[in-house]
Design a protein around this ligand. Sequence first.
Ligand SMILES: CC(C)(COP(=O)(O)OP(=O)(O)OC[C@H]1O[C@@H](n2cnc3c(N)ncnc32)[C@H](O)[C@@H]1OP(=O)(O)O)[C@@H](O)C(=O)NCCC(=O)NCCS
Length: 170
Amino acid sequence: MKPPRTPRRRFMLSAPVRHRPVAADPAARAPTSGDADALGALLLEAYRGTVDDDGETLVEACRLARALFAGLSGVPMWAVSEVTEREGRLVSATIVTLWQDTPLVAQLVTAPDWQRRGLARAGLQRAMNRMAAGDEAVVRLVVTQGNAPAEALYESLGFRPEARPPFSSA
Ligand SMILES: CC(C)(COP(=O)(O)OP(=O)(O)OC[C@H]1O[C@@H](n2cnc3c(N)ncnc32)[C@H](O)[C@@H]1OP(=O)(O)O)[C@@H](O)C(=O)NCCC(=O)NCCS
């Protein structure tokens, strides 16, 4: 029998929306609802083996992606969000929603074979630049304690924990 999983602690972070120079990526574009299944596949492979891996199936990951696009974490900000393709495949995504009147980075993922090449940093920065152009002052997200790659990226972009208790989940 599997031992019970240690509860995860998730923290809400926020950052001032700051415009910073970042290269354009001709293969980055606004997502559409038609990207849901490709995003589901990307979520599945990106989270596999991480602290956030719950052993989901492809069907469950696609369901989550469709729910995200349907408003699960707030109304998608399609024109702020982006997906990036390489070799005809979706390899990175920055999905921003409007949650409690503030932009929320609801998903930030890069496929394992495309990680550490600057895709997530560039995608999130371009999204923040579009937020800045839309006069948004603050952006939020939720991160699981121990997600070292994400924590390092967010800290470098100015995200800090909000003064509110962590969310916990098994
Ligand atoms: C977090 C994640 C999106 C980063 O994607 P990426 O495209 O590899 O990130 P980048 O190449 O743009 O790297 C940006 C920064 O993240 C940090 N980082 C990325 N991978 C890291 C790793 N393996 N270890 C430590 N830091 C890492 C670094 O600070 C890096 O900046 P640097 O290259 O200047 O040192 C990716 O690891 C991922 O998809 N993880 C699984 C999904 C997830 O946890 N998403 C975040 C949910 S809150």
